[in-house]
Design a protein. Structure first.
Length: 709
């Protein structure tokens, strides 16, 4: 082996493991054990369970990853060639020689994996891959895979022949992309060495620094666009890195900090080999780690993590033998002293107005078409943003009413982005057109949510109280999807639409949304008059939706349904990112709501007035409110929630507990407005049908549940 196997050839190790699983699957088919065969084929092509430091993303994931890496490495060499007007011909002979060295490794490593005599790609001088080519290839291969999976479902023994053929075709494409990737890696490094020799290392460094942010965004955006078109979810993309990397990663939600360590690197492995052969300056390889790879990692994490964060790189593999990225969330840009509490707001929902052009029957804020007289002014709104920024940089969700009815909405968004917040906009979609979308993009909106409650225009319009609202909402989702803004569909589950959730989910996917958010009704606002689903149906809905999540292209999330954490744990589902490491109900711990008048409440459905930012700083309310302190302590939960072994993971819906102990019906007229404490927010969750096991050890089980990213 010429190139280091640990650094450069994990792709081959994975192919070897998959080939063995294929042989086991063929043997299972021979014995008519189609269930085992289906399980193995699923793992080979779609990926297996997450393991320590390693993960097999499957043939699909590996091919997608190596396609993305071809684009990334080609972009690196292009930047250097164009910036320094380098003559490509001067490095062509060395490029050919080093590429042949790598190719000899590939031929050796694929013995026993690919058929004898398999032709390998010639030096891919014209290595650029258009997105259309990638999508076409992936769709063709996944189409063949679907045919094989159908044959297995039908218990057709002829599937064995098709499986062998498909594996060979897929493996050859992975090898081809790995070769293209390596060709671009070698070209980029040789070009950088030539530029450093001619113009000086510092000059090269300064130009790479200038281009790094643009480079990171471009390469990740290219990978995302292809991935979404072929059905890979946004929040799964970071797993693809494990096609070529061994990675340690951990998130400590109590410290709002995480670490990701790359223990190997095919880029560094290649550059290490070239550096030794050429007796080149090792500092050139360090530039790729420090700037190009850092920019790519930051852009990738920004794409999959919904909260603002800071990223540092204290170690690089070129110097310390490991690339280490330290991530810190919720860090304030303006606080003069260090804040180290256990809880900080990661998400804040701000009803910036109660004015609305619809008449939704379930509205928790009891919105109307009248402009509220006492809502925060533009100056007060900016002051609130400043107050929040003193302790955190959250995902700030601007909702209403209808937030686009507020005249200064774009100014508020712009100001929030200047403070480093991520911005979500919750809208009914009726005011969103192409012009509005362009304005939203210009001010930096990160995601927009559109409410859609039925596949039937008539049912949606009846629910929303205005004819034509369905058509406008659907058009808004289409326009947003085409714009590149992350688009989410919000659906409130009621008895009226309970049986069509699957159809709504399919429609959202068809319209181009990426996220699908199910809201389970809480009896507040006008929602007290709605006949809801039963607790039993509620549990069944969560179970059925969780089953669909793995097959659905959309990222499915739940609100006011903390039981999904417990159900996911019971069924062995892996819950990642924001839905892991925190309780299912995060009201008061990592989340709160701001009312149009400046009142702070634990969540939109728990209208307990904890203070007003006109009278008291947000920081003081967040840290000193007794209600917030209670909500952060699972030991204070009452009833069966208090003795449940899942209380650290679930916690029950505190708003539903509060609502059904408050006799809301008696004062429905003022229900939407934040009031003094009237119910018991620590009472047991009234819609949970689970019976605690009442055994010791539940606390340890739940505390061990930690966030990964």
């Amino acid at each position: 082996m010429k190139f280091d196997e640990f650094h450069c050839h994990k792709w081959a190790i994975l192919l070897r493991e998959r080939k063995q699983k294929i042989e086991f699957a063929l043997n299972a088919i021979n014995h008519e054990d189609f269930e085992t065969a289906k399980k193995l084929i699923l793992e080979v092509f779609h990926g297996g369970p997450l393991k320590e430091k390693s993960f097999d993303p499957g043939m699909f994931g590996s091919l997608l990853y190596h396609m993305a890496m071809v684009t990334k490495m080609a972009a690196e060499s292009k930047i250097i060639l164009e910036t320094f007007k380098m003559d490509y011909a001067k490095i062509s002979s060395e490029l050919e020689s080093f590429y042949e060295d790598f190719l000899s490794d590939v031929k050796h490593l694929t013995e026993g994996i690919l058929k004898t005599g398999t032709p390998f790609a010639k030096i891919p001088v014209n290595a650029f891959l258009y997105d259309e080519e990638k999508v076409k290839l992936l769709k063709r291969l996944t189409g063949k895979l679907s045919e094989v999976e159908k044959m297995l479902e039908e218990r057709n023994t002829k599937a064995a022949v098709e499986i062998q053929s498909l594996f060979q075709e897929w493996a050859l494409k992975i090898v081809e992309m790995r070769l293209r990737q390596e060709y671009e890696t070698i070209k980029g490094f040789l070009t950088a060495c030539a530029a450093a020799e001619k113009f000086g290392l510092n000059h090269l460094k300064e130009h790479i620094k200038l281009k790094q942010e643009e480079f990171g965004k471009h390469t990740v955006r290219a990978a995302l666009e292809v991935s979404l078109k072929v059905g890979m979810k946004r929040d799964q993309l970071d797993k693809l890195m494990l096609s070529d990397h061994y990675i340690e990663r951990k998130m400590d939600i109590k410290k709002f900090a995480g670490v990701m360590r790359f223990l190997n690197c095919p880029i560094f492995g290649s550059q290490k080999y070239l550096t030794a052969k050429m007796k080149a300056n090792p500092a050139v390889a360090s530039l790729f780690c420090r700037y190009f790879c850092f920019a790519h990692a930051k852009a990738m994490l920004n794409m999959v993590i919904p909260f603002p964060f800071d990223l540092t790189q204290p170690k690089t593999i070129a110097k310390e033998g490991v690339c280490e990225f330290n991530l810190k969330m919720a860090c304030s840009k303006t606080e003069t002293h260090s804040i180290k509490p256990e809880f900080l707001p990661l998400v804040i929902s701000w009803n910036i107005t109660s004015e609305c052009n619809l008449k939704c029957s379930h509205c928790y804020i009891n919105a109307s078409n009248k402009t509220p007289l006492s809502m925060l002014s533009t100056e007060e709104a900016e002051n609130l943003i400043d107050q929040i920024a003193e302790i955190s940089r959250p995902l700030l969700i601007l909702s209403g009413g209808e937030p686009l009815l507020r005249q200064d909405i774009f100014e508020i968004i712009r100001y929030s982005k200047e403070k480093g917040f991520k911005i979500g906009l919750g809208s009914n979609g009726t005011l969103i057109c192409e012009e509005t979308v362009q304005k939203l993009k210009k001010v930096g909106v990160d995601t927009v949510s559109i409410s859609l409650d039925s596949v039937s225009p008539e049912k949606h319009d009846e629910f929303r109280g205005v004819k034509g609202s369905w058509e406008k909402a659907v058009n808004a989702i289409k326009v947003l999807g085409k714009s590149g803004i992350l688009t989410q569909v919000n659906t409130t589950v009621t008895r009226q639409n309970y049986n069509e959730i699957g159809e709504i989910l399919a429609l959202a996917e068809e319209l181009g949304a990426e996220n699908f958010h199910l809201f389970f009704l809480v009896p507040t606002g006008r929602g007290v008059k709605i006949e809801t689903v039963t607790p039993e149906a509620y549990e069944e809905m969560i179970q059925q939706t969780l089953k669909k999540m793995s097959k659905c292209k959309l990222n499915v999330k739940f609100s006011c349904a903390p039981q999904f954490m417990r159900i996911a744990q019971q069924t062995g589902m892996q819950i990642r990112h924001v839905q892991a490491g925190m309780r299912g109900c995060i009201a008061g711990s990592y989340y709160c709501r701001i009312y149009p008048t400046g009142d702070v409440t634990p969540c939109p459905y728990m209208p307990i007035k904890l203070g007003n930012i006109r009278d008291k700083p947000f920081k003081e309310i967040w840290f000193n409110s007794q209600v917030f302190k209670d909500l952060r302590d699972p030991e204070k939960l009452k009833g069966k929630c208090g003795i449940c072994e899942y209380k650290y993971m679930c916690g029950g819906c505190r708003a539903r507990a509060y609502g059904l102990t408050s006799n809301f019906i008696d004062f429905c007229g003022d229900l939407h407005e934040p009031t003094e404490l009237k119910g018991d927010y620590l009472a047991e969750e009234p819609w949970c049908i689970y019976k605690p096991k009442l055994k010791e050890g539940g606390k340890e089980l739940n505390k061990a549940y930690s966030l990964c990213f």
